[in-house]
Write a protein that binds this ligand. Structure first.
Ligand code: FES
Length: 123
């Protein structure tokens, strides 16, 4: 049934969770833009496979069911910060009803921790 709403939980780089209903058939990039989610720098190339800012980390059970990555996506993922074995580019993943309730995570910011380490070592 096209047009149905699928619940997706997004966790941004600060660990903040936003739960939104996404229309089936939209990409995860569409969802982030439409819902105006607070994920800084997400989707810089607007879904043209020319960046890796739409990098999202999936739950393993969901990842395993996603459609195959194309070579262009793999090339971009290779450049992505914080790559995991369940990483995909959000602009390439179309929301489907079976994904209802899934959680996708943006790679976590580690700048804060670096800052702390620097502060400690300078003592
Ligand atoms: Fe640039 Fe997905 S938005 S590759």
């Amino acid at each position: 049934s096209s047009g149905s709403k699928v619940l997706v939980h997004f966790v941004n780089q600060s660990g903040m969770k936003s739960s939104v209903f996404v229309t089936e058939g939209e990409s995860l990039l569409d969802a982030v833009i439409k819902k105006n989610l607070d994920i800084s720098g997400f989707g810089a190339c607007e879904g043209t496979l020319a960046c890796s800012t739409c990098h999202l980390i999936f739950e393993e059970s969901v990842y395993d069911k996603l459609e195959q990555t194309v070579d262009e996506e793999i090339d971009m993922l290779d450049l992505a910060y914080g790559l995991t074995k369940t990483s995909r580019l959000g602009c390439q993943v179309t929301v489907n009803c079976w994904m209802d309730g899934m959680t996708v995570c943006v790679p976590q910011e580690i700048k804060d921790q670096r800052g702390k380490q620097e502060a400690q070592s300078s003592k």
